[in-house]
Design a protein around this ligand. Sequence first.
Ligand SMILES: C[S@@+](CC[C@H](N)C(=O)[O-])C[C@H]1O[C@@H](n2cnc3c(N)ncnc32)[C@H](O)[C@@H]1O
Length: 204
Amino acid sequence: MLRDDLDSLLVDLRRHENTAEYYYKIRSAEPETLTSVQRASRLLYLNKTAYNGLWRVNRKGWHNVPFGRYKNPRIIDEDNLLGAHWLLQRARIKLADFSVVLETVRPGMFVYLDPPYYPLSKTSGFTSYTADSFSENDQCRLAEVFRQLDHSGCLIMLSNSDNQLIRELYKGYDIKVVMAKRAINCRADRRGPIAELVIRNYEL
Ligand SMILES: C[S@@+](CC[C@H](N)C(=O)[O-])C[C@H]1O[C@@H](n2cnc3c(N)ncnc32)[C@H](O)[C@@H]1O
């Protein structure tokens, strides 16, 4: 909708209110009962007003993040939406398992892989944005795809959490530790910069 009908989307975004009562009404709306524009608008609204901007769902697939209580959330960032609208005219989006990338790559292409992070510990295990989680087996499959892309002559960059399994899976590639800002954690003392890995098959 952002690509195809920005004007209608902006009109719908303007009707949103920043109150808890309104937030929970929109959160519980059933997407099937909404128009495509209303669904897009609901997604952006929840992203801007939910606690920490988090998208998380319960087992049934329902968004269950509480109201963020922001004083002045930027529900309509018009310049940014316009920029995204422009860029999306030139992009192709495919909803599929990551392995399908192998069907379209050509030598010299740049591929950035941003998978759900492998949890640092069993209790910190936020790896699931949706009801389907990303397993250890998926991490291994992804490392195999990384190797195949490497053999196809692509330039590949992948980010993930810093832990033994990930370091093991990408042994032999360029592995750099970067400090990344992370606002999303239920424990305040675990927010802030944490070490993550950027893995590449090329050097700068
Ligand atoms: C760290 S997020 C990527 C965020 C994205 N780069 C962005 O900036 O919005 C990981 C994404 O991988 C997706 N994902 C999970 N399993 C997948 C799979 N088997 N194949 C492709 N994508 C998958 C998740 O739905 C999630 O959107």
